[in-house]
Write a protein that binds this ligand. Structure first.
Ligand code: GLN
Length: 534
């Protein structure tokens, strides 16, 4: 079922296979009809993750990239919408040469074609395909059927892993295996027999239950792997290895061991996560709070992860406090409480709600020299705040909120106007990796230690070029620009004015990795820690 940890299980399987020197290619399959995740509200489906290519996809691809430290391609993600759209267009172009086009075999055939293409293009030894949803759903049946045919054609090359949940009803206090047995029976009815079961649950699986599952589900007892809840998700690959999961997978795939396990760096990182005790207190001002904590952390997962990696790399533990921007709108007391934090982050966002609260917060942190990191919207709002309160353009705004603003310091990008007029929203933002050239003697240039960087984007609005000179003459520095100099990619205040006040038009969080923290997050965190010490 969703939320059971398939994404982390898939990422961790990738990690342990990599650690044995296998090249791995993870593919996420999402059953929904959206052609990509870009049109979905983060409260519905969590964060929209963006690849270098600009594809807007499921947050699990972020987990894959972070755990496996690889850059994924559009082929690594597939939705029902994508598959159906392709098949229907092909049909319209007589691509099926007059045949009657049906879910089976044409949709399933397109699914396996995509999987095989991705596997080949990646040059990987092993592809891991994560099928979203629950066994028994109608929505993912085509994908399971496609996987069955893959196995039929390549019996030695395809294995099935079921990630199952074993509940412990509080009235009983004992773990129940029956839902897992039923899930396997359900899979069997599709013609699929799992070779490995990953048994998720609040507690470890005991031997008796392992055997029960093995016998009733028709699999070897050593192929039932216990995966209890852990304090830190970074321990999951390490725990899998305790149960020799990579050995089991390689054996089942009849692949030879290429090398001994090498997860030294990962283990050191996982240890650091647990040994870092002293906290650095960061506030994140957001708006996707509608459905409680669970969704909240899902909606901003890359930001949270990026901040954690930088904190851990400095031997500190991240303490995040979520502040609802709407709450900051009314009360000055709430705003002045920001002084209690070591740093403040305003992440990306869209639309009007909570904006005045964020602007108030940015003014406060700028004036009180509290470290500030603005991501995308967080950068645009920092520019608006500066224009309003330093340049004195009281009505400065973004045309996203006020299309008739007299001082549109943030304006829609030229080529985006037509998209909006025509109502073309899906996949039309400025998306993916673009190069930025960094200005000498700036915080950004020093943090990166490079003159040029590639970062991932997702926006329609930009700093209005009519205002760049004015803003610069008032003291704000555009320390990163597109190679032709027209697009402002990073805005910062000089160190003489503020210890760390920096915003990026791009999303650095999409490129932060446990073993390679992002330099801008790390620089922000260093200054936050220094403030804490003071
Ligand atoms: N809403 C802003 C834009 O479209 C910022 C987008 C974001 O934060 N990702 O430009």
């Amino acid at each position: 079922m969703s939320g059971v940890g398939k994404g982390i299980a898939t990422s961790s399987i990738g990690k342990i296979l990599q650690s044995k020197n296998y090249k791995v290619n993870p593919i996420k399959v999402d059953p929904y009809l959206n052609v990509d995740a870009g049109t979905m509200n983060p409260t519905e489906h969590g964060e929209v993750f963006v690849l270098d290519s600009g594809l807007e996809c499921d947050q699990d691809l972020g987990n894959y990239e972070r755990f496996m430290d690889i850059d994924l391609k559009p082929d690594n993600y597939m939705t029902s919408g994508m598959v159906y759209q392709y098949v229907i267009e092909k049909e319209r172009n007589l691509g099926y040469k007059g045949k009657c086009v049906e879910a089976i075999p044409h949709i399933t055939g397109e699914i396996t074609r995509r999987i095989q293409k991705s596997a080949e293009m990646s040059g990987a030894d092993i592809s891991i395909i994560e099928i979203g949803g629950t066994v028994g759903d109608y929505q993912n049946i085509m994908f399971i059927e496609a996987a069955r045919t893959l196995k039929l054609k390549n019996p030695d090359d395809v294995i099935f892993v079921l990630v199952s949940y074993l509940p412990i009803p509080s009235t009983l206090g004992e773990m129940k295996t029956r839902p897992t047995q039923n899930a396997v029976r359900n899979l069997n009815s599709y013609g699929v027999q799992p070779e490995i079961i990953i048994a998720r649950g609040a507690a470890p699986l005991d031997e008796r239950r392992k055997e029960k599952i093995a016998v009733s589900c028709n699999i070897a007892v050593e192929n039932v792997v216990s995966a209890p809840d852990v304090e830190s998700v970074y321990d999951v690959p390490i725990n899998f290895e305790k149960d020799n999961l990579s050995g089991i997978i390689l054996k089942t795939l009849k692949l030879k061991k290429k090398s001994e396990e090498d997860m030294k760096e990962w283990r050191a990182f996982a240890d650091r996560v647990k040994s870092s005790k002293e906290e650095v207190n960061i506030a994140v001002i957001g708006k996707y709070f509608d459905t409680g904590d669970f969704v909240l952390s899902d909606a901003y997962i890359s930001v949270i992860e990026a901040a954690k990696y930088s904190a851990y790399s400095l031997g500190k533990k991240l303490k995040l406090t979520w502040l609802n921007s709407k709450d900051l709108e009314s009360g000055d007391k709430e705003v002045s409480m920001l002084g209690d934090f070591d740093g403040v982050i305003v992440p990306g966002g869209f639309g009007e709600s909570g904006i005045e609260g964020k602007l108030k917060a940015i003014k406060f942190v700028r004036e009180n020299k509290i470290p500030y990191l603005g991501l995308c919207y967080g950068m645009q709002l920092a520019v608006i705040e500066y224009a309003r309160n330093v340049l004195g353009l009281k009505d400065a705004n973004t045309t996203e909120i006020d299309p008739n603003s007299k001082n549109p310091v943030i304006d829609i990008m030229f080529n985006q106007k037509k998209n909006m007029e025509d109502g073309r929203y899906g996949g039309t933002m400025r998306l993916g990796a673009y190069k930025a050239v960094l200005e000498k003697d700036t915080i950004a240039r020093a943090a990166y230690g490079e003159d040029e960087v590639w970062e991932r984007h997702r926006h329609r609005y930009e700093v209005n070029s009519d205002y760049i000179k004015k803003i610069e003459s008032a003291g704000m520095i555009f320390s990163g620009k597109s190679p032709n100099g027209t697009l402002m990619e990073i805005a910062e205040l000089p160190k003489s004015a503020h210890p760390f006040f920096l915003g990026t038009q791009f999303h650095p969080e999409f490129k932060a990795r446990p073993l390679h923290p992002h330099p801008l997050f790390t620089e922000f965190m260093k200054v936050a820690i220094a403030r804490k010490k003071k």
